[in-house]
Design a protein around this ligand. Structure first.
Ligand code: AMP
Ligand code: ZN
Length: 480
């Protein structure tokens, strides 16, 4: 089943296929700026990119996935200086935190994760080419700018109106760009190399134009072409990156290599909103994974909640959506358990499928898979999975059908990156015996309609830092 997703450049939904047959499908995604914990908006974007990769792999396509770490820019330098820590130690700490969150959210690690600061000579080499071929110029203070008017098709990706393109003051999500002020020939020109300033402290590197550091955009052009070739298959990022970041990446890459088709497919996802407003520190509605875990959510419920809308629409995140996600996962687990039973198996046998092996058995889950292949319609896919569950757990299912159903469920869950039974196993591992006993007694009291005893036991649980989440057919103990 070919996978089709929207391409910003052609403004159409296109089939994903490597441009060179028999080579891996080559993907570059703009990674995090490591100056603090990534927020759940960032993860919405990384999660849909993860699903795109997983879907290709389930379809039997080998993928080469590169995602960079932005560890040298205005934000990382400013914040490390403010904390009096070296840039290296500062960004290492936040890179480590990012990796821990990615693991908790079950994001597949990219095949290559290049750090910008470790690739400065590569960036300098690309800037040198642009200066040599007349697409960039050096200013009196030793900075280098890209000459936008030298790139005739500049603007082809973002389709923004000419005024926005001329100023680079706002990005494609409408937010202000916090780019520095420069001595440039035209306001549209952007920095490739920034000469050393006192505020940079010890963070400067040598170049043919003097000491300084790379501009905001060049790292992605230099590292993507280095690891994937001058032209590759797909480039991803949140919608705010479409303009100016990706537009500038196209200009830098195509003007330095002379190739006119840097990337075949541009994949942008819309932003996450919170309670109907843009997520921002100033509104106090910015959540990290740890914030949500502290509220009792499991990482799988967070993953589910962040995926449950179409990537081409803004998603409005609410805390209630986490409860809905936990309930949906629980329902999926119950269905999967029944299906495993039909196959003579238990949940311990429920392993991820072997991907990259053409396995065409989807059983009743074939329409869920078709829905996912159709522009990564995750919400529709989840709907199809839930409508398939009563069919696959019905009494009249044959042995062959049950086997295909189980194969289909395993593959669709792998494609969505949803791990079942994880919370249960983890909870069982970590719950102290005294808490488990109180939980059992409370549930028994509640079943016996002895609500006074149930309340007292609830308070005792709370005193130990635990709470019980009750469902129709059982309960789950969670840390408060
Ligand atoms: P950054 O760490 O700011 O470089 O961003 C990492 C990724 O997160 C980029 O692809 C951004 O476009 C994306 N991103 C930033 N804010 C949001 C948001 N609110 N919703 C979805 N994606 C976002
Ligand atoms: Zn980038």
């Amino acid at each position: 089943m070919p996978i089709r997703v929207h391409d910003t450049l052609s403004r159409s939904v296109k089939t994903l296929a490597p441009r060179e047959p028999a080579t891996p499908y080559r993907i570059y995604c703009c990674g995090p700026t490591v100056y603090g914990p990534a927020h759940i908006g960032n993860f919405r974007t990384f999660l849909i990119q993860d699903i795109l990769r997983r879907a290709l792999e389930v379809d039997g396509t080998e993928v080469r996935h590169v995602r960079n770490i932005t560890d040298v820019d205005d934000k990382t330098i400013r914040q490390s200086q403010a904390e009096g820590v070296s840039l290296k130690d500062f960004t290492a700490k936040w890179t480590k935190k990012f990796h821990a969150d990615c693991t908790a959210l079950n994001l597949l690690p990219p095949h290559v994760e290049p750090s910008a600061v470790e690739h400065i000579p590569l960036q300098v080499a690309m800037i040198e080419k642009l200066v040599a071929n007349g697409h960039a110029y050096v200013t009196a203070d030793g900075s280098v700018y890209f000459k936008v008017c030298s790139c005739h098709d500049y603007g082809k990706l973002s389709h923004l109106d000419r005024d926005a393109l001329r100023t680079q003051e706002t990005n494609s999500a409408g937010a202000a760009n916090d780019a520095d002020e420069y001595e440039r020939e035209s306001v549209a020109d952007f920095a490739l190399w920034k000469s050393r300033k006192p505020a940079d402290g010890p963070n400067f590197w040598p170049s043919p134009w003097g000491e300084g550091r790379p501009g905001w955009h060049i790292e992605c052009s230099a590292m993507s072409t280095h690891y994937l070739g001058e032209t590759f298959d797909l480039h991803g990022g949140g919608i705010d990156l479409c303009f100016p970041h990706h537009e500038n990446e196209i200009a830098q890459s195509e003007c330095s290599t002379g190739q006119k088709d840097f990337v075949a497919h541009w994949f942008h996802s819309m932003h996450l909103m919170v309670d109907g407003a843009k997520m921002s520190k100033s509104l106090g509605n910015l959540y990290t994974l740890d914030d949500l875990r502290a509220k009792g959510a499991s990482p799988m419920a967070v993953r589910y909640a962040l995926l449950a809308g179409h990537y081409r629409s803004q998603l409005n995140f609410t805390l209630k959506s986490l409860d809905d996600a936990a309930a949906a996962l629980h329902k999926l687990e119950k269905g999967a358990e029944k299906l495993l039973e039909k196959n003579g198996l238990t949940k311990a046998d429920f392993a991820p499928p072997a991907v990259l092996e053409k396995n065409t058995a989807w059983g009743e889950f074939s329409s869920a898979w078709e829905t996912l292949c159709d522009d990564l319609n995750v919400a529709g896919t989840l709907g199809k999975i839930f409508s398939a569950l009563p069919v696959v757990t019905a009494a009249d299912r044959t042995v062959e059908q049950a086997r295909a159903d189980l194969s289909g469920l395993g593959k669709i869950l792998f494609a969505l990156g949803l791990i079942l039974f994880a919370a249960e196993e983890k909870a069982a591992e970590e719950i102290p015996p005294a808490v488990a006993t109180l939980g059992e007694q409370r549930w028994a009291a509640k079943q016996a309609r002895d609500f006074a005893a149930a309340d007292r036991l609830r308070d005792e649980l709370a005193a130990l830092g635990w709470k019980s989440l009750d469902r129709k057919d059982g309960y789950e103990l969670q840390k408060i």
